[in-house]
Design a protein around this ligand. Structure first.
Ligand code: 2PG
Ligand code: MG
Length: 463
């Protein structure tokens, strides 16, 4: 007979999309098949993220092994969890946090803790005989109280941001076309040049548009003598370009070459990832200016580009410590574009709360391994929605074939997903899972797409 009582907790070292070791955890409930989760890993990490435990044993895999984290799962964590109820995600996560006992999960390792937390959710799904998306839906309902099962029609929504989190939604994908920064050998200063197919009316149409823009971009790059085939960590092209603006112009050209309208069909997003070129209070952008920029000059620059190009979303435009710069950009651009805090908020309730109080940003990136448990991730997501911030569920640059975030973003109705590009199967694992969910959930999940940005009349968001 199956029950949700945890009988076995096991882990092993496996490898991620950059060939770096990572943790895989299996949790098994009585009489059921194991639930399994793999842990992703960032390259452009924020200083306030939960801590990945690595072996630091230089004699093996450059010290990157995760055998200590694996051992922590198989010993301490297993002893603490065996016998508990896998259906009680909040209690499991509370125990994990308590067992670790450090603010950034550095003792047992956020990788050990997150792998376990997610594997418990999968184990509970197995024990209950439901799919992961249904199980995530139940967990999300217990976090936010009652959630509706009635899908919405995108033509009949009032204040769209208020619809987020209430129903299952296929997400608007935000997809990397060109990579720079730490994901592509610093060929460009900015990290991601992304597209958002805001005019598409279904997830599958959105995805087809993205694929066509990606294919056309490869062609445009090659025609102009750039590397139209070499790709970065997330599958975006990694050409050597002179400036960030050139990358934006190439993406606009590719949107047009795909027969789509820049702005109304497909808008542009940038992950500036500015923390990684912020030094001594200034932004080092040699392709823009020989002397490093002040926060105000950085905001001026981005303001100009938002005016010149069909940009609808800016992630980490200012650094993780530059609260004053963030405040300024929010005042200047907060009603015109989505301003996402990634390194700034690190999926952490306390940091997001501080941002809300200081009136900075209007959106938060949601990455499970920045915080380390499913329950804490959902708490940050809820705080964002309660305060009118757009959540964007995101993968990491180091990923695996684990497609968990596809189920998570649909179940929570968060509205947007950022996974990287449409090449490399660790990315496609998520996009393809969304195609399956679109089909299997048919009448139960809606697609709002770009309509989620309709908030401020008269602004770019109202179009
Ligand atoms: C980011 C992510 C994903 P990383 O900065 O948003 O693109 O990168 O996982 O390296 O932090
Ligand atoms: Mg980022």
């Amino acid at each position: 007979m199956t029950s949700s009582r945890i009988e076995r907790v096991h882990a092993r070292e496996v490898f991620d999309s950059r060939g770096k070791p990572t943790v895989e955890v299996e949790v098994t409930c009585a009489g059921a098949r194991p639930g399994r989760a793999m842990v992703p890993s960032g390259a452009s990490t924020g200083r306030f993220e939960a801590v990945e435990l690595r072996d630091r044993d230089d004699s093996r895999l450059d010290g990157l092994g995760v055998r200590r984290a694996v051992a922590n799962v198989c010993t301490e964590i297993a002893s603490a969890l065996i016998g508990l109820d896998a259906d009680d995600q909040a209690e499991i996560d509370r125990r994990l946090i308590e067992l670790d006992g450090t603010p950034q999960k550095s003792r047992l390792g956020a990788n050990a803790i997150l792998g376990t937390s997610l594997a418990v959710a999968y184990a509970s799904a197995e024990a209950c005989g439901v799919s992961p998306v249904v199980r995530f839906r139940e967990i999300w309902s217990s976090v936010v109280g009652h959630v509706s099962n009635v899908p919405v029609e995108s033509g009949h929504v009032g204040n769209v941001p208020h619809e987020l989190g209430k129903r299952m939604l296929l997400p608007l994908p935000m997809v990397n076309m060109i990579s720079g920064g730490l994901h592509a050998g610093r060929q460009l200063e900015f990290q991601d040049f992304l597209i958002l197919p805001v005019g598409a009316t279904s997830y599958s149409q959105a995805f087809e548009w993205i694929v066509m823009v990606y294919r056309r971009l490869g062609r445009v790059l090659t025609e102009r003598g750039h590397e139209g085939i070499l790709i970065g960590d997330e599958g975006g092209y990694g050409p050597k370009l002179r400036t960030n603006e050139e990358a934006i112009e190439l993406v606009v050209a590719a949107i047009e070459a795909a027969g789509l309208k820049p702005g109304s069909d497909v808008a542009i997003g940038l992950d500036v990832a500015s923390t990684h070129f912020f030094e001594e209070g200034r932004y080092r952008l040699p392709s823009v200016s020989s002397s490093p920029l002040t926060s105000e000059q950085m905001v001026d620059l981005l303001d100009r580009w938002v005016t010149l190009y069909p940009i609808i979303s800016l992630e980490d435009p200012l650094a993780e410590d530059d609260w004053d710069g963030w405040r300024l950009i929010t005042e200047r651009l907060g009603s015109r574009v989505q301003l996402i805090g990634d390194d700034l908020f690190v999926t952490n309730v306390a940091r997001l709360q501080e941002g809300i109080e200081r009136g900075v940003a209007n959106s938060v990136l949601i990455k499970v391994n920045q915080i380390g448990t499913l329950s804490e991730t959902l708490a940050t997501l809820k705080l964002a929605l309660d305060n009118g911030y757009w959540p964007v569920v995101s993968a990491r640059s180091g990923e695996t074939e684990d497609a968990m975030i596809a189920d998570l973003v649909v179940a929570t109705g968060a509205g947007q997903l950022k996974v990287g590009s449409v090449a490399r199967s660790e990315r496609l694992a998520k996009y393809n899972q969304l195609l399956r969910l679109e089909e299997s959930l048919a009448g139960d999940a809606s697609y709002l797409g770009g309509a989620i940005f309709r908030r401020n009349p008269g602004s770019r968001f109202s179009s």
